[in-house]
Each structure stands twice: as structure tokens, then as C-alpha cells.
Design a protein around this ligand. Structure first.
Ligand code: PLP
Ligand code: COI
Length: 374
């Protein structure tokens, strides 16, 4: 059956969305696997001639919906040897009436398609991607937490799984989606996070793969992430590779600052060093339409952040996280500067948080209706 609503997913064949499982302490869940295993995943392996040729991914539920389980891979698989891998992240939330809404899955389909082209894997057509997301949510509907108590996090993967030693695109592509219930990012009130930028560390350079949600973009930041956490900070703030003076993004989230002239500024995507976040795009739209702020996408330096009145990070996992302070350190940890915003969320950040989560969970009936096309 066709998907009839862009945001509130219809269950094929009609019927109600399964209610959440009983006897689960949803409130104890963090962002992780939470020691639970959902029921089904989507798994489709297709052979390709390499070079991003068109291949037919299946929409056959009876073939692709399989019990959540391990994948079998040759040690020579391209994904293991050359990192031909993309991932996505999106959430399904339980609305007050018990139905389930998925936040902007078409945007994830489009971003994965861009990555597939760059990584020479056959693109998963948007309709196929949406069909698979729908099926995984339906099959795991009892794992969508009760309204307001978290979300079912969906993790689509696309990777080259064919055998081969040569440095070239894989002869097989695997499209997989698994799911895990996750808790609310903030338990009881939003809290400000402390960031540290480390001179000499950058996540991506112009011409690289920073704008692609490539699996290989993440492990290179583990060491610096560990360092800043050991120093008591929550997350690393990535600076641009060219000058080390401009802010790019924070760990696995985009960065925003709000200035006294009511501009809301986020680093520009132009150099292709920053991930084009779905939350980022949503905030740009909401800030202008609902708060009358002027959205600006441009280079944003650490120096000018000293004039900003609020700052926050945002992403599917991170939601909207107010930034309390930014420490700037040399590689050895020697702190050279600190920008302080305060220990709680600024009023505009708080409003954006309420609006975004109100739309995602359906708790804001007016905004949910207005943004039903998302
Ligand atoms: N930046 C990076 C590097 C990320 O991994 C993510 C998370 O997906 C984001 C930004 C935020 O993107 P989105 O809002 O689509 O989750
Ligand atoms: C997300 O926010 O969905 C992400 O993918 C970020 C992170 C958990 C890697």
C-alpha cells in the first residue's frame, strides 16, 4: 500500500500501530543498544558490476525482512578493506494518540543517495528507502517507546560487501536497516554542554568526504574525542582544516550561534566539509518561520562567537544541545581561550528545542499539523 502521509507512517494493510511493550523501563534508556534486541531488520544484498551502476534493490518484505542478526562477510569485502560504507540515522516517535511518526525520512534517503554516488555504490531509490524504513518500523512497532519517553532509532547502512583485493568499487552492495529504542537525550530539562576545540584537529578538508555520512569519517575523531572527554568536556568542536579559526561542527552534530542582531548563523556547506544535517535544515526553516530570526549560512569564526548570545549543537542523536562554553586548546591540552554562554539553555535555543521535539513527537499539535509535509 502506498505511503499516505508524509510524516505519520501508515501501516500497510491498515490497522493500528502496535502499542509499546510492557515491562520495559524506557526512561532508563540512553543513546545505545540498551541491552535489547529489536525483532526484524531489513537486509538486501545485490550484485553490481561496480562503478555505481544501477541495480535493482528489492521491496519484497518476505525476502528482506529478516530477524535481527549478524552479517556474514568475506574478510576481503570492500567495506572492511577500503571503507566503502555509508550510514544514516533517523528516529520514529510515538505520538500522543499512539500512532508513530518518522522524522523526515526522505531527507535521509536523499543524503544516502548522494553518498552512494560519491562512493560508487548503486543508489537506493528514495521509494525503496522509504518502503524499507516503513517496514522496519512496522515490524518493530512495539519497540517504539511510549509518547515522550524516547524514540526508535533507525540505522540504515549501505556498504560494499563483495569480495576483492583490488582497490575498486565492490561487486556487491548491501542495504541494511536495523533499529534500536533510545532514550530521550535529556532527562528532565535540557542541559548545557561544554565543548573543546583542539588546534590542529579537523574532521574534514575541502574536497574530502566531510559532507558524506561516511562510516570512515568517525573513527579518526575517536582519539581527540577521548582526550577532550578525559579533560572533562562533553564533545570536541571541529575547526576548519584551512585556517583553524572557523567552527565547522561538533562531534556528530551541527553547530549554530544566535547573535544580538537576531541572525542565527550556522557554518556554510559550501566547502563540502560539513554534514548537511536534517536537523540543521529543519532549524534553519523553523527559526525563520516561527521565531522571525534571519538564518545565515556562512563561515563562522571562534573570534566572532564571543559576540554571540546563544549557541547550540543539533542532530538526530544530539537533538538540540545548548552550548554552555567553548574551550580552545592546543594539541597538548594547553587552554588558550574560553568562550562562555552560561550554564543553561538560552531562551531561543529552548524555544527551538520545544518546537523541534513538539513536531517530532506530535506533542505540539499545531506545529505538527503545520509541518506535516516534513
Ligand atoms: N554532523 C555529523 C558529523 C553527524 O554525524 C550528524 C548526525 O547524523 C549530524 C551532523 C547531524 O545530522 P542529522 O541532523 O541529520 O542527524
Ligand atoms: C545521528 O545523530 O543520527 C548520528 O548518526 C550521530 C551519531 C550517533 C553518529
Amino acid at each position: 500500500m502506498a505511503i499516505t502521509h508524509p510524516r505519520v507512517w501508515s501501516i500497510r494493510g491498515g490497522g493500528q500501530h502496535a502499542p509499546p511493550k510492557d515491562n520495559i523501563d524506557w526512561e532508563s534508556f540512553g543513546f545505545g543498544l540498551n541491552n535489547v534486541r529489536t525483532d526484524k531488520m531489513w537486509l538486501d544484498r545485490v550484485s553490481t558490476a561496480g562503478d555505481g551502476d544501477s541495480t535493482h534493490y528489492s521491496t519484497d518484505d518476505s525476502q528482506c525482512l529478516v530477524p535481527l542478526g549478524d552479517l556474514q562477510l568475506s574478510p576481503t569485502a570492500t567495506v572492511l578493506n577500503y571503507g566503502q560504507a555509508l550510514f544514516e540515522g533517523l528516529k520514529a516517535c510515538r505520538r500522543p494518540d499512539g500512532s508513530i511518526a518518522i522524522f523526515r525520512p526522505d531527507k535521509n534517503a536523499q543524503r544516502m543517495a548522494q553518498g552512494a554516488e560519491r562512493f560508487c555504490m548503486p543508489v537506493v531509490p528514495e521509494r525503496t528507502f522509504l518502503h524499507a524504513v516503513d517496514a522496519v518500523v512496522r515490524e518493530n512497532a512495539a519497540w517504539v517507546p511510549p509518547h515522550g519517553q524516547g524514540a526508535l532509532y533507525l540505522r540504515p547502512l549501505l556498504m560494499g560487501t563483495g569480495e576483492g583485493l583490488g582497490v575498486k568499487p565492490s561487486s556487491e552492495s548491501t542495504f541494511c536497516i536495523y533499529a534500536s529504542p533510545v532514550g530521550n537525550y535529556f532527562k528532565g530539562g535540557i542541559q548545557a554542554i561544554r565543548l573543546q576545540a583542539v588546534q590542529g584537529f579537523s574532521r574534514a578538508a575541502a574536497g574530502g568526504s566531510g559532507a558524506i555520512k561516511a562510516s570512515g569519517n568517525y573513527a579518526p575523531a575517536f582519539a581527540v574525542q577521548r582526550q577532550v572527554k578525559q579533560r572533562g568536556f562533553d564533545e570536541v568542536l571541529c575547526l576548519d582544516a584551512a585556517s583553524g579559526e572557523a567552527v565547522e561542527e561538533a562531534g556528530a552534530s551541527n553547530f549554530f550561534a544566535i547573535f544580538p542582531d537576531n541572525t542565527i548563523v550556522t557554518p556554510s556547506l559550501q566547502q563540502e566539509t560539513i554534514l548537511p544535517g536534517v536537523t540543521r535544515q529543519s532549524i534553519l526553516e523553523l527559526a525563520a518561520a516561527e521565531l522571525g530570526l534571519t538564518p545565515v549560512e556562512r563561515r563562522l569564526t571562534l573570534e566572532e562567537l564571543k559576540q554571540a548570545k546563544e549557541a547550540f549543537c543539533c542532530g538526530t542523536g544530539a537533538c538540540i544541545s545548548p552550548v554552555g562554553s567553548i574551550s580552545v586548546a592546543q594539541a597538548d591540552g594547553n587552554v588558550t581561550d574560553e568562550i562562555v554562554f552560561g550554564s543553561s539553555a538560552g531562551p531561543l535555543t529552548e524555544k527551538l528545542f520545544r518546537m523541534l521535539t513538539g513536531i517530532q513527537t506530535g506533542s505540539d499539535a499545531t506545529l505538527s499539523q503545520k509541518y506535516r509535509h516534513w
